[in-house]
Write a protein that binds this ligand. Structure first.
Ligand code: 5GP
Ligand code: ZN
Length: 136
């Protein structure tokens, strides 16, 4: 897509610190890292969210995320990392080209990726389970 920042990185129109590339994906440093070494793994084709990525391409992307997580752990980290994917505006997705964040973590780095824990009322867990199952 012409006005997509990540498509323009793929085309080479916007520079990026690329760490990995294969036929279907590229990986580069996030320009505003949560921690230094924070990478983004993206499909070369423009898909907006994870659900838009065809099944036969998603496994390649996850394999690449694993490869990069290992490399980050060996290079800058101590073996700890978060893998985050924001899908949709309400989930905090700002760039509408699907991407997987890989963020190296360090002891006491004070990075907050936590959420408050809600409680289910009686029977609600059963309702949620049944509702989700309907769409599988
Ligand atoms: P989102 O909130 O959509 O999951 O995350 C988008 C990420 O893309 C942000 O962490 C942001 O720092 C990163 N980003 C946005 N524009 C650019 C860019 O031009 N170059 C690079 N390398 N990263 C970008
Ligand atoms: Zn794009």
């Amino acid at each position: 897509m012409e006005d997509c920042v990540f498509c323009n990185i793929i085309k080479g129109k916007i520079p990026a610190a690329k760490v990995y590339e294969d036929d279907n994906s590229i990986t580069f440093l996030d320009i505003m890292p949560a921690n230094k070494g924070h990478c983004l793994v993206i499909p070369k084709k423009h898909y907006e969210t994870m659900l838009d990525i065809p099944d036969d391409q998603i496994s390649n992307l996850m394999k690449t995320a694993k490869k990069v997580a290992k490399a980050i752990s060996l290079s800058v980290g101590n073996g700890a990392y978060n893998i985050v994917m924001n899908n949709g505006q309400a989930a905090g997705q700002i760039v509408p080209h699907a991407h997987i964040h890989i963020i190296p973590r360090f002891d006491n780095d004070a990075l907050k990726l936590s959420w408050s824990h809600k409680k289910y009322q009686a029977k609600e867990m059963e309702e949620f389970t049944n509702n989700i199952k309907k769409f599988l």
